[in-house]
Design a protein around this ligand. Structure first.
Ligand code: ADP
Ligand code: MG
Ligand code: MG
Ligand code: MG
Ligand code: MG
Length: 719
């Protein structure tokens, strides 16, 4: 969570005045880090997850549930007490998040320690081979032998994988001990009725006239008030863009949803009408009428505050790479997987009390923190019609650029850079691709500045760099070592996933990604597709039921080492695929697909998530079958292997549609609830029952299958 310096933040005009100062020193700070650490090597794979939670408060008498606004203050203080007192070896660490009802937990230490020797050896080989133009398939046998040589060191990693779910459970337990009897800590992506009348405890209403977010629905009190950063972020984003957020989601159309669906904003405002004077009411009415004119969109749910997006919970994983080069490789190779994993983890089917037609929170957050001015969005100055610099995307969005040398050809979407900083980076000996990446992040303004931290030592601190870096919220994040922490190396963060309803699922996703990084490095998989295709996938991935209903662009004819092809040939069920695969390989002469523009587009096919994860199509053997080959080549004890298989099965079953995503489970729960009127509305009673069940699940009082049964029974009764 980037900058959490305490102090008084500057107001927006002041912040804006210092924007160039921050950027320019931020670039210097990056250059210091780059020069000092470019050759840094790390023996160990370190990695860790982040889970965000919401604290809710049940009002059982009235069958209502509210978000508890003491999470980011009272509760967080207690959770951080041990760390603040200097304790080491803690099971978990706790961090503030945007909303007052949120907390974020990570393991106490990153998980380690897989010697990266093997991967490094492979990389060195890859480099040599590229220099010598060697044929890949000829050296595959060596690669396989090398894998076996390192079995014992790899085994260490698997012991760590055993701890992940246990640690997640411990984290939850730690919070639970501090809760009141009517509270629960939930890993849910979205609180269905956030933004409706009286959804907070203590009850809070909106400050539409002169608050931080000027929302009609989301009160400032629901923003984390334990630290000025969050409300300032909210305010400065509005100030910069010149209006409150404009978030639009298509409504899910049901039998009794009004046609057309057109909202009355004043009616929906989160205010206590009985307590307001007629003057105040008139003022609110005027504001909401004005908003209707400007922002109301037929058949869409309108949201107008940062909290609607940043108030959702997600699941992230950060890995330390062996070196700068490996970090760039992993950053690129994980990018095509972002939309796939987003679709598989989808958990956000409802917003502002409505069922919507998307399953993920991504577009909501993206619009929630879109600080672009109208001219930056349009590329035209609306006051005089002049052409100005157009910024294509929000600062919360998917990445635009692959950064590993050799992958330039896949960069086929516009990447805006700040030319001055680009040149400064080049002059500082940064290569063009990495310079573009940094100069691309640095097109943004800093949003929050503290007076006390304006002038810092660029050779020992990196606050200004981090300021810009940590407010570029993208699908992947390339994390340089911090200036002031010698023990931390080059890292990559995987950020597209939604948080899951159980720790088994959270662990499964996190471990799946960790294993994929090992697979990519060991088998030298090349999953790249043109960035424009990743972009298309991002849009598709958010659609309702994308995990089972949509197709995603994926790399065709991925070249596998001979040892892997042989494995598939040995396994009867996969034999046919293996033959096809070998044909493809021999067709392409056993070498990598040539990197020409045409070949690049020709090498994309549209596959379902199931075909990508489990294989079965003609074009790809599947990530899980590949992982199984990788795991079979390791010496892993039976208990650990079973556990890993269980996790992989969860992912496999989700891709097959045998297990619903959290989003589709929640949809089913809501639409089959006896109090649902087929009008797309999630009322208090439905949300109460749903969260009672989810809390029971997360407190181990019921099993996931019980929840599925509950939905099945409701469905049977409804019919
Ligand atoms: P942010 O919010 O900026 O992404 P956090 O500190 O909240 O960062 O979480 C980062 C994650 O990275 C945690 O899970 C942590 O355990 C893990 N981590 C910490 N140090 C390292 C490291 N050296 N290498 C890899 N991961 C690390
Ligand atoms: Mg964090
Ligand atoms: Mg964060
Ligand atoms: Mg977070
Ligand atoms: Mg993070």
């Amino acid at each position: 969570m980037g900058l959490l310096t305490v102090g008084e933040p500057l107001d927006w005009p002041e912040t804006k005045k210092y924007a160039s100062h921050v950027r320019s020193h931020g670039i210097d700070q990056f250059l210091h880090i780059f020069r000092a650490r470019r050759n840094r090597r790390d023996e160990t794979l370190k990695w860790g997850d982040e889970i965000e939670y919401m604290v809710v408060k049940f009002d059982h008498g009235n069958r209502k549930v509210r978000l508890s606004l003491r999470a980011s203050t009272e509760l967080l203080k207690q959770l951080q007490a041990a760390e603040d007192a200097g304790a080491v070896d803690l099971d978990s660490l706790w961090r503030p998040e945007f909303a007052a009802y949120m907390i974020e937990g990570t393991p106490g230490q990153p998980y380690g320690i897989l010697p990266n020797r093997m991967e490094r050896a492979l990389m060195a080989k890859a480099v040599k081979e590229e220099e010598q133009g060697e044929n890949i398939s000829e050296m595959d046998e060596d690669v396989f032998e090398e894998l076996e040589d390192h079995n014992d060191t790899i085994t260490t990693m698997f012991n760590f994988l055993n701890q992940v779910e246990d640690n997640m459970r411990k984290r939850r337990e730690e919070v639970r001990k501090l809760l009141h009897s009517d509270e629960s800590v939930l890993s849910i992506s979205v609180f269905s009725r956030a933004g409706t009348y009286d959804f907070c405890f203590p009850t809070s209403f909106v400050e539409t006239v002169d608050g931080y977010s000027r929302s009609l629905f989301f009160p400032d009190q629901a923003i984390n008030h334990g630290h000025p950063r969050f409300r300032t972020l909210s305010k400065h984003i509005c100030d910069r863009r010149g209006s409150p957020a404009n978030i639009q989601l298509p409504i899910f159309r049901d039998k009794k949803t009004p046609v057309p669906f057109v909202e009355n904003f004043f009616q929906s405002m989160n205010i206590e009408k009985d307590q307001l004077s007629s003057d105040q009411l008139r003022q609110f009415k005027n504001i909401s009428d004005e908003r209707e004119v400007k922002f109301r969109k037929t058949d869409h749910v309108y949201m107008d505050a940062m909290g609607f997006g940043m108030g959702c919970c997600c699941l992230q994983v950060t890995f330390q790479a062996a070196n700068l080069c490996e970090a760039r490789l992993l950053y690129d190779q994980l990018t095509p997987l972002c939309p796939i994993l987003m679709a598989l983890s989808a958990a956000s089917p409802t917003f502002r009390g409505y069922i919507t037609d998307v399953d993920c929170r991504w577009s909501v957050i993206s619009e929630a923190v879109d600080d672009r001015t109208p001219s930056e969005r349009l590329g035209i100055d609306p006051t005089n019609g002049d052409k100005v610099r157009k910024i294509p995307k929000s600062r919360y969005d998917s990445i635009d650029l692959y950064i590993c040398p050799g992958n330039e050809i896949y960069n086929d979407i516009p990447v805006l850079v700040d030319e001055e900083y680009y040149q400064k980076l080049i002059d500082g000996q940064v290569d063009p691709l990495l310079a573009r990446h940094i100069a691309h992040l640095f097109i943004r303004d800093p949003l929050v500045l503290f007076k006390e931290k304006l002038n810092i030592d660029d050779s020992t601190e990196s606050d200004h760099f981090e300021n810009i870096q940590s407010t570029n919220w993208q699908t992947m994040r390339f994390k340089p070592p911090p200036a002031n922490a010698q023990e931390i190396g080059w890292r990559v963060e995987f950020r597209p996933m939604e948080v899951q309803l159980t720790d088994e699922d959270n662990a499964a996703l996190v471990i799946f990604i960790v294993l994929l990084t090992r697979l990519i490095l060991s088998f030298k998989l090349d999953l790249l597709i043109p960035m424009s295709k990743v972009e298309e996938n991002m849009k598709v991935a958010q659609r309702r039921a994308a995990a089972t209903k949509e197709r995603f662009w994926f790399r065709k004819g991925i070249v596998l080492p001979n040892c892997v092809v042989k494995h598939f040939a040995r396994s009867k069920s996969l034999c046919e695929q293996a033959i096809k695969l070998s044909e493809q390989i021999s067709l392409s002469g056993g070498t990598k697909i040539e990197k020409t523009k045409e070949a690049m587009y020709d090498s994309c096919v549209q596959l379902t998530a199931n075909e990508i994860i489990n294989g079965g199509g003609d074009n790809f053997v599947g990530l899980i079958p590949l992982l199984n080959v990788y795991l079979d080549s390791m010496e892993i004890d039976a208990v650990t292997r079973c556990r890993l298989t269980r996790y992989l099965n969860l992912i496999a079953d989700r891709a097959r549609g045998n297990i619903p995503t959290p989003a589709s489970l929640m949809r089913d729960f809501i639409t089959n609830h006896p109090d649902y009127n087929h009008d797309s509305i999630v009322n208090d009673s439905i949300q109460y029952d749903m969260l009672v069940q989810i809390a029971a699940l997360q407190e181990d009082k019921i099993k996931f299958t019980d929840l599925l049964d509950t939905v099945k029974n409701m469905k049977a009764k409804k019919n």
